[in-house]
Design a protein around this ligand. Structure first.
Ligand SMILES: Nc1ncnc2c1ncn2[C@@H]1O[C@H](COP(=O)(O)OP(=O)(O)OP(=O)(O)O)[C@@H](O)[C@H]1O
Ligand SMILES: Cc1ncc(COP(=O)(O)O)c(N)n1
Length: 269
C-alpha cells in the first residue's frame, strides 16, 4: 500500500488565503502531504493588514489537538502564530510527546507591521517551544529579537543561526533574508555546519505569507523523511517559485503563488 505522509500545522488564520493556516495547508497539498490544522487565533486580515484578532481558548486548542492526534498521527508538526505564553506552555508538551520532526516558525509581527504576539511571549518562546524544535525559521527581526544580535550581514545571520542551536537547544535554525532587501540568501545551521541557500531576488511587493509558505514546505519534506538539508533546499526552491510566479492579487502586499513551482521554465508575467 502507498505510504501517506501527514503534516499538522498549529497557527492563526488568514481569510484571504496567503498566510497562516491557509498558506500551510495549500503548501502541504502541493507537496503531496495530507494537511491537518489546529487553529490558535482567528484573524480578520487581508493583504493590507490585520483588522481584528480573537484567540481560541486553551480548552478549544487542546480539544482540536486531541481530535487530530487520537485519530490520525502527524508525520511532522509545525507551529506558526502562537500568541500567548499559556498557549506555548500547552503546545510544548504536545510537540515533545508527538516525537516527530517539529518546525517552529517564530511568528512575531506581520509584514504589514501588525503585532501577532504580545511582548512577554517572546521570552516564553525561547524557553518553551524552541528547545523541542527540529528547526527554527526566524526572519531577520525575529532572529534579532531572539538572540539580541544586530543582523546586517550574512556573517551576522550565521552567528544568530548558530546561537539558536547552541544556546537555546534547537536542533537546527535557518535565518531568512527577506528583510535584508539586497539579496535572498538564507543561512542554515544544522549538524554543526553552515549552509548558504541562494536564490535570485524577485523585485515585488507581493510577499505576504512567504515565511509561512517556506516553513510549511520544509515541514512537508521532513514529514516525508528527507534530511534537514534536503528539506530546507526543497523549501527554498518552492518559495522562490511561489514568489517569482507572482499572482498580483489584492489591494496591498499580495500572497505568493503556491503552484508557482509547477510553472518552472514558463515565462513570468
Ligand atoms: N523578494 C524576494 N525574492 C526572493 N526570495 C525572497 C524575497 N523575499 C523573501 N524571500 C525569501 O522568502 C523566504 C521567507 O523569508 P522572509 O524573510 O520573507 O520571511 P518572513 O518575514 O517570515 O515572511 P512572512 O512574515 O511574510 O510570512 C526566504 O527564503 C527568503 O529568502
Ligand atoms: C496567521 C498569520 N500567521 C503569520 C503571518 C505572517 O505573515 P506576513 O508577515 O507575511 O503577514 C500572518 N500575517 N498571519
Amino acid at each position: 500500500m502507498m505510504t501517506i505522509h501527514t503534516a499538522l500545522t498549529i497557527a492563526g488564520t488568514d481569510p484571504t488565503g496567503g498566510a497562516g493556516i491557509q498558506a500551510d495547508l495549500k503548501t502541504f497539498q502541493e507537496r503531496e502531504v495530507f494537511g491537518m490544522s489546529v487553529i490558535t487565533s482567528v484573524l480578520a486580515q487581508n493583504t493590507t493588514g490585520v483588522k481584528k484578532i480573537e484567540h481560541m481558548s486553551l480548552e478549544l486548542i487542546e480539544a482540536q489537538l486531541q481530535a487530530v492526534i487520537t485519530d490520525i498521527s502527524p508525520s511532522a508538526v509545525k507551529t506558526g502564530m502562537i500568541a500567548t505564553p499559556a498557549m506555548m506552555e500547552l503546545l510544548a508538551d504536545y510537540v515533545k510527546d508527538l516525537n516527530v520532526p517539529y518546525i517552529c516558525d517564530p511568528v512575531m509581527i506581520a509584514k504589514s507591521g501588525d503585532p501577532l504576539m504580545d511582548e512577554h511571549s517572546r521570552q516564553s518562546m525561547q524557553r518553551t517551544l524552541i528547545p523541542h524544535a527540529t528547526i527554527v525559521t526566524p526572519n531577520i527581526p525575529e532572529a534579532q529579537d531572539l538572540t539580541g544580535l544586530t543582523i546586517q550581514s550574512i556573517a551576522d545571520m550565521e552567528r544568530a543561526a548558530k546561537m539558536i542551536v547552541t544556546e537555546f537547544g534547537a536542533k537546527a535554525a535557518v535565518v531568512k533574508a527577506g528583510y535584508l532587501h539586497e539579496h535572498s540568501t538564507d543561512v542554515l545551521y544544522a549538524n554543526n555546519q553552515i549552509t548558504h541557500l541562494h536564490a535570485q531576488r524577485t523585485n515585488t511587493i507581493h510577499l505576504h505569507g512567504t515565511g509561512c509558505t517556506f516553513s510549511a514546505a520544509i515541514t512537508a519534506e521532513l514529514a516525508k523523511g528527507y534530511s534537514l538539508e534536503q528539506a530546507v533546499s526543497t523549501g527554498k526552491s518552492f518559495i522562490s517559485d511561489a514568489i517569482s510566479y507572482t499572482l498580483e492579487l489584492g489591494k496591498g502586499n499580495g500572497p505568493t503563488n503556491h503552484w508557482g513551482y509547477r510553472l518552472k521554465g514558463l515565462p513570468k508575467s
